[in-house]
Every structure is written in structure tokens, then in C-alpha cells.
Design a protein around this ligand. Structure first.
Ligand code: ADE
Ligand code: ZN
Length: 349
């Protein structure tokens, strides 16, 4: 297992220790794992014109002022994905990261509306993804859940149409989610979508309190009835909400490097994740869009160790929380937690 960061620096001792633990990652947009070399390869394959010719030129564009400036590049990047082999390679690349970083269970956001302008059908997307997932499940017992994620800058009626179009593929997904531009697109706009998804038996999560206010977290909980919040870091602005989140243990899937790259915080040293953890909230660490934000799960832990002084106990609690928050049956959750405890027993000190 690699113990180096992308920049070639060795991980700190806490992150090196965490690297060997079995972990879950619950907040990962598959399109956000499309790295520059693969992006350019697929653009050339399908002759998709891009304003970038080299890996260096693509990576030079990873310089975001806010969520929207990132989303513009993210959707352009995803537009090179056209056939089942492309989706297979994309998923294979991310699942290889899981294997290298000890992520034994991952929950991955898939956004069919992103591919619709290119005329790519959900059947094509899932054909490629399923092939890569099957290989990882059979090859090294990788556990994978897919989240059907909707784009909130589009009308609710479009989201409902996509939900209905996904009915024949219901068994591929564990949950629905809600992503994309947050500020002008509040949870209240999506109550029919979440009601319809609940009737279909999906687990429910939504991005809230990333750029949007703490009130959006409250609304996602009360109006959409979500069981989990993606990001949720702006909960720090509402002390009563923090108390409620600590007692309910509704999880927040926090993404530290993402928050810094999208200017929610100016510097990692200002990030509040460890305060949330120490206050008893069920927070854990995720990479969100690792190709664009400077690293995968372990690079997030490494940055927290370096800039926030994360201890081993805090890191371990974050890993335990990742399994507590997973959309899996309780028996499977117990198996993951037992796997974690066995690793700790077998590797004391
Ligand atoms: N889609 C991909 N990454 C996202 C983020 N950080 N926030 C909202 N939507 C996203
Ligand atoms: Zn996200």
C-alpha cells in the first residue's frame, strides 16, 4: 500500500497507520475521479474538442474560486464519457484507488443527467460500471454501493423523469442524492423527488450546507427526510443544529480537501471537522472529486494530520464513523467493524 502523498512527501505517522486500516468512503462523484490523462485519452478517442491539449494544461485549470467555477470544468470533463468502455475504465481507475488505499467499502455517486446532453443512456453507463464493479468484487472482495445522484440546477420535473427512467435499474442503486450548484437551489424544491424515491425504497442523502446555509441542512432533514447529509460543514453556524446532529448521529460526509479547493475555507488549518468529531457528530472523511481536489482519501487524512494535528484516536473514530454511516445492512456493518477490530488486535501499538 502506498504511503506517499501525490506530491511525493511521505504521509505523517497517523496517516501511515490509517492507510493500513479497512475504511469506507461514502462521498465520491465518479466523474470527479476522472484524472487528466484519462480525460485527454477519451477526448481524443471521441474527438471531443477541449480547450486543453496536455495534462499540464488541464491541471492548470484546477484553480477554483467557488463551487460553480469547479462545476463548469467538471461537466466539461464528464462530456468525454460516451461508451460503455469509457465508464468501465473510469470505474476501474477509482476501484484501483480503493484497493491501494484500503477502502473496503465505497458508495459512489452516479449522475445520469450529466450524460444526457451527449445522448448516453443509463444502460450504457451501468454496463461499463457493472463490469468494473464485478471484477473488483470478485478480484479482492471490494464492496460497492451506487447512489443515483440528481443535479439540482435542473428542474424537479427533469429529476423525476430521470428517477422513473432508472426504475428498470433499481437494483443497481442503494440511495439517491442531490448535487451540483447549491445556493440558488434549496432542498424545498425537491420534495416530490424525495417522496417518490422513498416510495421506491431508496435510502436518502443530499448535499447541504456546503456553500448553502445551515438552514438547508435543517430543510434537507425535515422536508426531504434524508438519513445522511453530504458536506454539512456549515452546521457550525447553528449551535442548536449541532446539538441535534450529535444526539441523532445523522452522518455528515465531510470532504476536507474539497472544502479548501472550493474556498469554503481559505486554508485546511481553518477546517472544523475535528471540532464536529469531538462534539460527538458522526462525521467521516471523503474525497468528493479526487482528480480535481488534490488527492484521494489518504491525502485528505494527510492534510488533516499536517494542518489540524489529527491524532490517531481521532483518525480511528473517523474510520469507525465511516462504517456506522454506510448504507449497508446491519449484518454487513457488523462484519466491517469486526474486520476493523481484528486489524487493530492483530497490529497493536
Ligand atoms: N458535484 C461534484 N462535486 C460536487 C460538490 N462538491 N458539490 C456539489 N455538487 C458536486
Ligand atoms: Zn459532493
Amino acid at each position: 500500500m502506498s504511503t506517499s502523498t501525490n506530491s511525493g512527501d511521505p504521509y505523517g505517522p497517523v496517516t501511515q497507520w490509517l492507510a493500513k486500516l479497512p475504511k469506507a468512503e461514502l462521498h465520491l462523484h465518479i466523474d470527479g475521479s476522472l484524472r487528466a490523462p484519462r480525460l485527454l485519452e477519451l477526448a481524443a478517442k471521441h474527438t471531443v474538442p477541449l480547450p486543453y491539449k496536455t495534462v499540464e494544461e488541464v491541471e492548470a485549470a484546477y484553480n477554483f474560486q467557488d463551487l460553480q467555477s469547479f462545476l463548469d470544468l467538471y461537466y466539461l470533463g464528464a462530456s468525454v464519457l460516451r461508451d460503455a468502455d469509457d465508464f468501465y475504465l473510469l470505474m476501474q481507475d477509482y476501484l484501483a484507488v480503493c484497493r491501494r488505499q484500503g477502502i473496503v467499502h465505497c458508495e459512489i455517486m452516479v449522475e445520469p443527467q450529466t450524460y444526457e446532453p451527449q445522448g448516453v443512456a443509463l444502460a450504457t453507463v451501468l454496463e461499463g460500471f457493472s463490469r468494473a464493479i464485478r471484477e473488483a468484487e470478485e478480484g479482492w472482495q471490494q464492496s460497492v454501493g451506487l447512489i443515483l445522484s440528481f443535479l439540482r440546477h435542473l428542474p424537479e420535473a427533469d429529476c423525476l423523469a430521470t428517477l422513473t427512467a432508472a426504475d428498470p435499474y433499481r437494483e443497481h442503486f442503494v440511495a439517491i442524492g442531490l448535487a451540483s450548484a447549491e445556493k440558488d437551489f434549496p432542498p424545498a424544491n425537491f420534495q416530490n423527488l424525495y417522496r417518490a424515491a422513498k416510495e421506491r425504497g431508496y435510502a436518502l442523502t443530499a448535499h447541504a450546507g456546503e456553500e448553502g446555509p445551515a438552514a438547508f441542512i435543517r430543510d434537507a432533514l425535515s422536508l426531504l427526510k434524508v438519513q445522511r447529509i453530504d458536506h454539512g460543514v456549515r452546521s457550525v453556524e447553528d449551535d442548536a443544529l449541532l446539538t441535534e446532529l450529535a444526539s441523532s448521529r445523522v452522518p455528515l460526509t465531510v470532504c476536507p480537501l474539497s472544502n479548501v479547493r472550493l474556498c469554503v475555507y481559505e486554508h485546511m488549518a481553518e477546517h472544523r471537522i475535528l471540532e464536529l468529531l469531538d462534539r460527538g457528530l458522526c462525521v467521516m472523511v471523503n474525497s468528493d472529486d479526487p482528480a480535481y481536489f488534490g488527492g484521494d482519501l489518504l491525502e485528505n487524512f494527510a492534510a488533516m494530520e499536517r494542518d489540524l494535528g489529527m491524532t490517531r484516536d481521532q483518525g480511528l473514530q473517523l474510520v469507525r464513523n465511516s462504517f456506522e454511516a454506510a448504507f449497508v445492512a446491519d449484518e454487513k456493518r457488523r462484519d466491517f467493524l469486526a474486520q476493523l477490530e481484528k486489524h487493530l488486535d492483530d497490529h497493536p501499538g
